[in-house]
Design a binder for this molecule. Structure first.
Ligand SMILES: [Zn+2]
Length: 79
């Protein structure tokens, strides 16, 4: 009997190397102060919180990929 492994999504890690930091402000997702800014929306937000948000809001793999793309600054893409 083969036992199908549950479809566990791979850990999500956003590429926020282009993100900026600023004064401590409450994270928009968890409310805990953070210096990290979302590089896309320019709001106070922990990178880990954004990753968790995407993981919990993605309806399927395709949607997850779009969310990741939407919340990751362009890498080498022409402006
Ligand atoms: Zn947070």
């Amino acid at each position: 009997m083969s036992h199908a492994t549950s479809a566990m999504p791979a850990p999500l890690v956003l590429d926020w190397r282009h993100g900026t930091i600023g004064p401590l402000e409450p994270c928009v997702l968890c409310g805990t102060p953070t210096v990290c800014r979302s590089p896309v929306k320019d709001v106070p937000c922990h990178k880990a919180c954004a990753e968790t948000w995407i993981t919990t809001h993605a309806r399927d793999a395709g949607h997850r990929a779009r969310l990741i793309r939407a919340y990751t600054p362009g890498r080498g893409e022409p402006r």
